[in-house]
Write a protein that binds this ligand. Structure first.
Ligand SMILES: [Zn+2]
Length: 173
């Protein structure tokens, strides 16, 4: 419930929800997420895009399972969709082998989607011009805490999710 965890009201957020909080890279077969991004950025003129993941994510659990994450059955819409998270899984597997938790995959996946946002020319252009910011949110359901993650700058990729925020959009502005 994005409005609840960010203490925002009706109309404050333009929200797109999907399985695994995924942003297929520009040029992917799925165009629906890109269409929403372009509409929000170009028409609504939003100034901040947040990718919000959460603890205990079923999509990330499926992705983290030892079997092929896409092996959910022939021509499954779900397996096709989770295929867009394959790069998150690769990034997760290439990371700290001592920390193979699904929660780390949730974090890695947020970072991957922030990078995918930058594959959209309109996003890249506005970020470079300082007219748009990208940030990650991680909602820890058990602790009822929201963690804020922001890329330190436009080029550096390290992204830490370790700072709880007040559940207020003012913290993001
Ligand atoms: Zn989820």
């Amino acid at each position: 419930m994005p409005n609840l965890i960010t203490a925002s009201g009706p109309g404050d957020l333009f929200t797109l929800r999907n399985i695994g909080n995924l942003v297929p890279a520009c040029g992917s077969a799925d165009r629906s997420v890109g269409a929403a991004i372009e509409y929000a950025v170009e028409v609504l003129g939003i100034r901040l895009i947040t990718v919000c993941g959460h603890s205990g994510c079923g999509a990330m659990k499926a992705l983290a399972s030892p079997s092929d994450p896409a092996d959910l059955g022939p021509a499954s819409a779900l397996s096709d969709w989770l295929g867009y998270a394959a790069s998150s899984r690769e990034r997760w597997l290439a990371g700290d082998p001592d920390s193979d938790s699904v929660e780390r995959l949730c974090h890695v996946n947020i970072r991957e989607q922030l990078d995918n946002l930058l594959t959209y020319p309109t996003v890249r252009t506005k970020v470079a011009a300082g007219q748009l910011r990208l940030a990650g949110l991680y909602f820890d359901i058990d602790g009822a805490e929201v963690f804020f993650a922001r890329r330190p700058d436009r080029r550096q990729l390290p992204l830490s999710i370790n700072r709880p925020i007040e559940t207020s959009m003012t913290a993001l502005r």
